[in-house]
Write a protein that binds this ligand. Structure first.
Ligand SMILES: [Zn+2]
Length: 166
């Protein structure tokens, strides 16, 4: 189902989601194709009320994700599109957030993650970037970089539940 979000309840889709994605090769895409990829992923993420979406969640074997989270400093939201991302450094306390995933609908769990991370990757122009994140954004970065390595949040928690806690 291209354009739609792949889910673990489908065995074939689960197998794909459990595979490490291929490195994004900027030479293989035009600027226009990259812009279209980003806007398509943003559209799908927003339509699903998500705050992050990895390319393999829509069936694309590409090491990239988009994220959109509230901007604590300036209000509104901040949008990210990151290519070949890597968590370079984790620090701070371990925080436990309730996580869900567009690929595992109806399931939530408490996932311990580093409160602060430094993410290294590339922007849409292939320019190297480094982003320091904390709180929700740090959790989203870890959730999405996990996806791109074929890892899901349910692998990191023992406690999953099928409805949101009050
Ligand atoms: Zn997810």
């Amino acid at each position: 189902m291209v354009n739609d979000i792949w889910v673990v309840s489908d065995k074939k889709e689960e197998k794909f989601l459990r595979r490490k994605t291929a490195d994004f090769d900027f030479k293989k895409f035009t600027k226009k194709e990259i812009a279209e990829l980003i806007s398509r992923m943003r559209r799908i993420m927003r339509a699903a009320n998500g705050i992050g979406l990895s390319a393999n969640q829509i069936g694309l074997d590409l090491n990239m994700f988009v994220a959109e989270v509230p901007d604590m400093d300036q209000g509104g939201t901040k949008f990210y599109a990151l290519f070949n991302p890597k968590i370079e450094k984790k620090s701070g306390e371990t925080g436990i957030f309730e996580e869900g995933c567009l690929s595992i609908p109806g399931t939530w769990g408490y996932v311990p993650r580093a409160e602060r991370v430094a993410l290294a990757g590339f922007d849409k122009n292939g320019k190297a970037v480094k982003i320091k994140a904390w709180g929700l954004l740090a959790h989203v970065f870890q959730h999405e970089t996990d996806h791109l390595q074929g890892k899901l949040f349910i692998d990191r928690t023992k406690k999953v539940f099928t409805h949101e806690k009050e």
